[in-house]
Design a protein around this ligand. Sequence first.
Ligand code: ZN
Length: 440
Amino acid sequence: MESSGNQNPIMQDYAKQIDDYLHRLFPITRSITGGGNRETLRILQEVVPLEIKEYPSGQHVYDWVIPKEWNIKDAWIKNSKGEKIVDFKKNNLHLVSYSVPVHKKLMFSELKKHLHYREELPEAIPYRTTYYEETWGFCVSYNDLSASFNEKEEYEVYIDSSLANGSLSIGELLIQGKSSKEYLISTYICHPSMANDNLSGVVMTAFLAKELLKKKLNFSYRIIFVPETIGAIAYCANNEKAMKKIDCGFVATTVGGPGQLGYKQSFDKDHFIDRIIEQTFEENNKDYITYPFDIHGSDERQYSSPGFRINMATICKDRYYEYDYYHTSLDDLNFVKGATINYSLMLYLETISKLDKNITYKTQYPCEAMLSKYGLYPKAGGSLLPGDPKINNLETILWFLFYCDGKTDMFKISEKLNTDIECLYSISHKLEEKGVVVGI
Ligand code: ZN
């Protein structure tokens, strides 16, 4: 287990608070719509002032329609002795999400068409959904299937769910920086009781927002909590103008597992967001897996579509698809710890700290500025030779001004000068205050 980021003063240690929120939020039944999502967002409002927005069922969002709202009170299967052998109240993964209401008796041969299990992971209850097909189902561990069901028996199934016109809920927080240019941070709230995918991403994003709210930021941040796919599409459709202006951001997901640190590249792997993430990992001496962009994955699929082309990257720890417990009941709070999420949060914040300094500057004067006027040039002219370590600062200023053409961003300049964007920023900030350069 890594330390929780105490080596870096960039943030306070939230491990304990994160653990508390994980425990409160874990049992809630979330889906693409429904009361569980609202309850989750309301709890997150204790951490940051999220605005909860509702998009109505039936609203057309590009090629999709926002579905009816799904809510669930209870679900179970009883055997012929009247014993509950599957109980939604014990684990919400037992019910296929979006199952229609049912109450009937049926033989095992009929019931088994509605049962899902994973033979190769016999103790795990799998996670299944049926958002766009009106059917029902239950998920059980293979061990329970073998122990509790038999071919000749009749079973009673009961699902007390409702599908009605309602709305799809999202959470939104806009953090205003000096520039109205925005970065996007998106996470998804549609998964029921599973910790790494994706309660870890949800809780980390809330604390990330909390930290960003404390800072004086150069850029603005659009932070959204949406159900995956339909929520991201609905958000894009309802905020098209703002979203079209965004160049890059993060999909925050699977940040709390015990396994390997990694990042999924954005569709343009040479984009500065990818390079800055790599730099952050390297500065922390971390081994990491690079997952190239592909069309599978999370909501980067929507944000990177031709209509938006936002370069979305993901820093993750035990990324979705990659760990054995993925989309099962074993992805629980034994698997995910607050300290691990706190560590991922530190990496996100360090990366964002660099992104926030990636300003593109333009010099105010067609030729070199008179640096001595601002106390930035040695008083005795000709006394220093290029390459002297004493004049490193002056050299950096001169090179920085040389590249300040209104096109080359700070990250690119820092790479050319083989320096860190944070160091360069202390110079650019001074020059901006003196009116020598202006951020564009
Ligand atoms: Zn998932």
